[in-house]
Design a binder for this molecule. Sequence first.
Ligand code: F6P
Length: 278
Amino acid sequence: MEEIFEAIKKSAIKIRWLVENEDTGYSANVNSTGDTQLKVDIKSDLVIEEELKKIDSVKEIISEEKEDKTPINKNGKYLVGYDPLDGSSLLDVNLSVGSIFGIYQGGYAGENLKAVVYVVYGPRLELVIACEDVKLYKLGEDSEFVFVKNIKLKEKGNLNAPGSTQSCWSKRHKQMIDDIFVSGYRLRYSGGMVPDLHQILLKGGGLFSYPSTTDRPKGKLRMVFEVFPFAFVYEKAGGRAVDGQKRLLDLSPAYPHDTTPCFFGSNKEIDLVLKYNE
Ligand code: F6P
């Protein structure tokens, strides 16, 4: 597992260079979920593939930017599902973006996740590794990631990050979000899953939601590359993650690019989500 973390660290430093220097224009390609790929999405994907291909313990990889799995080493133990540059449409306005890596064993179901790494390309380059606990690192002067602290959620936070658009929410979801704001929560939503969930984790708690909507009844966010990895991080940090009723890590996708409604938060906020969805 350590060698996979090291490969991800190398990729993160290379992708940071791309984020800072590459053209933020669109390519002519569309990915499996129907998003037009930026040139920098494609380049970041290649950087990661190149690094993970060198690692013996990696059996196979699958990227949000590719339709199919790529076999690496038939004797390898781990499957890596990754989103090379989540929120990349925010690059042209210079907001933070991220990379997400789920390290699975035996299949791409939530219960098979063994570890998660995510990277935040912001004013600082930060990296979070979740195994038994959740550790935050930042890139130091000598291009090495240095440990900063363990991340732990409080029982209740005060940030609210509601995804999609109100016109597509159900009445019940709108009521819940309104009630959360009335009870004093602050709106914090950039439109980038990585920085938005990272902010809630580091500020102690709150709620990030991407519900079932009229235009996307199965939500927008992908189980293998986005939802399971963050569900794992939130649970290891002492919070919870559900699809409205069920624990997200109990789900399995029928196809690797499947999406699901999702709610990530500290304990009190997830109690509330479950209550509104009874
Ligand atoms: O996966 C794509 C993504 O950009 C996520 O990073 C983000 O949380 C979400 O879409 C934002 O979607 P919306 O603009 O519909 O709230």
